[in-house]
Ligand binder design. Structure first.
Ligand SMILES: [Zn+2]
Length: 109
């Protein structure tokens, strides 16, 4: 019995205001760090063994809508989920910061 709602928005571990967000003092323009978790129970074609998960750090920019995986891997233990999430989020920080420092995308563009 799982209590995780797959439609729930992912947890945002950190936000970096973009250049445009700073200029407009709009906190909505930011790079968000999240962690993707693929649970083998939800993917029939997965090659994962039962109870194992894939985890990937992801950065998503609300200004230019860029979204990319930064780091991560396959076949983690469920028990490692929390500590790995924190680790992957931390590892994603340089990429998020680098994008935020050069992203000038404005809303509606
Ligand atoms: Zn951007």
């Amino acid at each position: 019995m799982t209590t995780t709602d797959p439609s729930a928005p992912p947890q945002v571990f950190a936000r970096y205001l973009t250049v445009a967000g700073s200029a407009l003092t709009d906190p909505a323009l930011a790079v968000h760090i999240t962690v993707d978790v693929t649970d083998s129970r939800h993917h029939e074609t997965s090659t994962l063994r039962p109870g194992r998960i894939d985890m990937w750090g992801r950065i998503t920019c609300t200004g230019c809508h860029m979204s990319t995986e930064t780091c991560g891997g396959n076949d983690y233990d469920q028990e490692d989920r929390e500590s790995m999430s924190a680790y992957l989020a931390d590892k994603s920080r340089p990429a998020a910061q680098a994008h935020a420092e050069k992203c000038r995308a404005m809303p509606g563009q």
